[in-house]
Structures are given as structure tokens and as C-alpha cells.
Design a protein around this ligand. Structure first.
Ligand SMILES: Nc1nc2c(ncn2[C@@H]2O[C@H](COP(=O)(O)OP(=O)(O)OP(=O)(O)O)[C@@H](O)[C@H]2O)c(=O)[nH]1
Length: 307
């Protein structure tokens, strides 16, 4: 988790945003819907902003939606391009209309909301290669939002070593390119416990990303992957050298799991320093000293999802 410490501006005029990103189907929209209810219950002035121009099935009522500005469907029809090209076009269009659409609308909402969940599009190239979404996030930062990227990745990707390596590389690339406080999340963690995803190692091996040697050994078991041993070893070594990638587990339908994730997110975007609300002296102290012991973290964060 990359973490933010409060600046004078964020202390005086606190506004917060979670940028919910992740591959298609990883649970972004479901998280936004559940997090909206959850943070409202905590008393936060929260709203969801839909930034996905192809989000047909929003299970929440957004306070603002990019689909009022542009949709993938309209782009495909008018520009005669495919869905991926249309999504890139929409992202660029959004980035070009920050000053006359997104920011004025957010400023208006500022009268009643100071915490936004941004439901972002799922195409990962928007965060690993393309620059439009980075421009949007960077402009929001300059508008003094304390942002955190919440990168949801389906925990099913832990089931195969090759998929997990690709996940690590994607997560690291996104962290480096977005350069924002960041929390990586393995979503649908409840399915790990229900044996729907068979794992080669304990869950904490995947969350802590500490010793990838074992992962490489497993990759070599597959004859098709063995010939890429050097490439895989280089990727693992790079991920380990940066030592940035780790994961939190999330079952979006469990209040306890949402609370645990909230604690990580609040530390990352600096909300933990905001006075009042549900913050306690203990949580502030925990943040200041680097928080809970490894044993406590294992007990609460990881053990519930082990077989
Ligand atoms: N069991 C379980 N299912 C989940 C969880 N989170 C999301 N899902 C399911 O995963 C599926 C995909 O979730 P979405 O929220 O549509 O995923 P998305 O990332 O918004 O998908 P795109 O809009 O295609 O990018 C839905 O059927 C959800 O009900 C979870 O924590 N546990």
C-alpha cells in the first residue's frame, strides 16, 4: 500500500476520492454499490461518480455519470469504430472536458458531498499504457482531492501461477504509472474459502507477495511455460525489487471485510487524519506507529479466507 500524509491544503479543505479500477468483471460496480451504502452508514457524505462510458448496469444511483457526456455505444455508431477504440476515444474526450464538464459538476456536488467513489472503466490498458485516465486523475489531484487508487483484481487469478505473475506485473505497472496512493485488492475472496478457486499456496503467499521463487518453481511444472523461465524470473525479480505490490482481501458482501479494507484505504488517502466521524484516537495512533502486529493482521485479514 502506498500511503499519503496530509498537506496543509488537504487538512483545511478535505475532499476525498477512491478511484475504483480493475479488469472487467473484477467487481468494481458491485464494490461501488456496496461501498456507497457502507460509507453512508458511517456518516460520510459520499456519492458515486460513474466514469465508465459503457456502464449499462449500474446497481447504484450515481451523483454524476460520464454517460451524460459520452457513451461507447454512440462513439461506435458515429465514428464507426470497435468497442475498444470507442472506449479510448471516450477516455480522451473525458480528459478534454474536465474544465467544462467534470470539475464544474463536482464543485456543485461539493455543497453536499466531500467523498466520491469513481467507478472507472475496466480496460486495463487505460492504466498501464494510455495517458487519458492519468490526466483525469492528475487534474483531480490538482483540484485538491485526496485520492487513492483501489485496484480490484478477481482472486480467481491466484489459481494459476502464470495468471498471478501477469497480475503482479499489471498491478506494479499501474502503481508506477498512476503515481497515487494505491491499494491492491483481491476481490471475491469469499470464493477462495468456498473451494471455488484451487490454490497452490496459502492465501498469505498471494497477499504478501514476498518470495516468488516458489511461484517460479510451479511455473516450471508447466512444459509450455518452462521455455519462458528467464523472462518469468526477470518479472518476479523486478516485482520483488520494487517491493510495492501486496494485496488486501475483499468479500464485498461482508461488513467486516469492508471495514478492514476501509482501514487500509483511510490510511492510504489520509482520511484517517480527518477529525471527528468514526475516527477514534486508537485508529489514529495505530496509523502513526505503523499499526497492527503481523499476528493480528494474519488473524483478521487473511485467516477468514483460508480453507
Ligand atoms: N462472490 C462474490 N461475487 C462478487 C463480489 N464482488 C463482485 N462479485 C460479482 O462479480 C460479478 C462482476 O461484478 P461487477 O461489479 O459487474 O464487475 P465490474 O468490474 O464492474 O465489471 P465491468 O463493468 O464489466 O468492468 C457480479 O456478478 C458480482 O455480483 C464478491 O466480493 N464476492
Amino acid at each position: 500500500m502506498m500511503q499519503r500524509f496530509p498537506t496543509q491544503a488537504t487538512v483545511e479543505n478535505p475532499r476525498y476520492g477512491q478511484l475504483i479500477i480493475g479488469p472487467p468483471g473484477s467487481g468494481k460496480t458491485t464494490y461501488c454499490a456496496e461501498a456507497l451504502k457502507f460509507y453512508r452508514e458511517l456518516g460520510r457524505q459520499v456519492g458515486v461518480v460513474n466514469l465508465d462510458p459503457a456502464n449499462e448496469n449500474m446497481s447504484y444511483e450515481p451523483v454524476l455519470s460520464v454517460m451524460e457526456l459520452i457513451t461507447v455505444e454512440d462513439c461506435m455508431e458515429h465514428l464507426k469504430i470497435g468497442p475498444n477504440g470507442a472506449l479510448m476515444h471516450c477516455a480522451e474526450y473525458l480528459a478534454d472536458h474536465l474544465e467544462d464538464w467534470l470539475l464544474p459538476a463536482l464543485r456543485k456536488l461539493g455543497a453536499t458531498h466531500n467523498y466520491f467513489l469513481f467507478d472507472c472503466p475496466g480496460q486495463i490498458e487505460l492504466y498501464t499504457h494510455h495517458t487519458a485516465m492519468a490526466r483525469v486523475f492528475e487534474r483531480l489531484e490538482r483540484e485538491r482531492y485526496s485520492l487513492v487508487t483501489v485496484n480490484l483484481i478477481d482472486s480467481h487469478y491466484c489459481s494459476e501461477p502464470s495468471k498471478f505473475i501477469a497480475t503482479l506485473l499489471m498491478a506494479l505497472n499501474t502503481m508506477l504509472r498512476m503515481s497515487l496512493p494505491h491499494v491492491n485488492v483481491l476481490s471475491k475472496a469469499d470464493l477462495l474459502k468456498k473451494h471455488e478457486t484451487k490454490l497452490h499456496f496459502n492465501v498469505d503467499f498471494y497477499t504478501d507477495v514476498l518470495d516468488l521463487k516458489y511461484l517460479l518453481d510451479k511455473l516450471d511444472d508447466d512444459p509450455a511455460m518452462r521455455k519462458y523461465h528467464k523472462l518469468n524470473a526477470a518479472i518476479c525479480s523486478m516485482v520483488e525489487d520494487y517491493a510495492l505490490v501486496s494485496f488486501q482481501l475483499l468479500d464485498v458482501f461482508s461488513t467486516d471485510s469492508m471495514l478492514r479494507l476501509r482501514n487500509h484505504i483511510d490510511k492510504a488517502n489520509g482520511y484517517v487524519y480527518k477529525a471527528g466521524e468514526e475516527q477514534t484516537v486508537n485508529s489514529l495512533l495505530a496509523c502513526a506507529v505503523g499499526a497492527e502486529t503481523e499476528a493480528a493482521r494474519m488473524e483478521h485479514d487473511v485467516r477468514p479466507y483460508m480453507e
